[in-house]
Design a protein around this ligand. Structure first.
Ligand SMILES: [Zn+2]
Length: 180
């Protein structure tokens, strides 16, 4: 998995390089982007309530079914109140959510089952990239220590790695964009 920093940056890079009308100066829009980019990890909350934040992590909320359902509902709802096309809004939300799943598959995962159940409920098989480009994330299994456990040197190194990868991707896209 990636940290919220990595997921947020990945979503921001996608939106920045899309044709979706988005203002990084609008606080509400940025908050919406942060929520969507990290939404599949809401499964930590379900586990946290049950006493083990990791219990349901990388389960159903990391499936194509979940992100399609969220994209359609949120995209349709958003476009009712904004002058953006419904399909365009659904597409950008789906893209940001899909990028979350891709980044998770590219992150080191030591917890079994390794990977994410992309095709749940049709298949329970967990998928993961054979090559990891993001580091692992340490997180306590105890609800009371969970938040504090995230702020450790191991996770700081993972965040630095994510900043490096996202920086390279951002710069690469900028160079490609200038050559067009
Ligand atoms: Zn995730």
């Amino acid at each position: 998995m990636c940290t919220p920093v990595g997921h947020s940056l990945a979503g921001a890079i996608l939106v920045r390089n899309s044709r979706f009308p988005f203002s990084f100066r609008n606080g509400k829009s940025v908050l919406g982007l942060l929520v969507v980019a990290n939404l599949p990890d809401i499964d930590f909350l379900f586990g946290w309530i049950a006493g083990n934040p990791n219990q349901y992590h990388q389960g159903a909320t990391h499936s194509l079914l979940f992100i399609v359902a969220v994209s359609v509902l949120a995209g349709w709802g958003y476009s009712r109140f904004h002058p953006t096309g419904t399909f365009q809004t659904i597409s950008i939300i789906f893209g940001v959510l899909l990028l979350h799943l891709v980044c998770d598959m590219l992150g080191k995962d030591s917890r079994t089952p390794v990977g994410i159940p992309l095709f749940w409920p049709i298949s329970d098989i967990s998928l993961h990239s054979p090559v990891s480009i993001f580091g692992s994330v340490y997180k306590s299994s105890g609800s009371s220590q969970f938040i504090r456990s995230l702020f450790c040197w191991h996770n700081m190194r993972t965040v630095l790695g994510e900043l490096g990868v996202m920086g390279v991707v951002y710069a690469g896209l900028k160079i490609i964009g200038k050559r067009r």
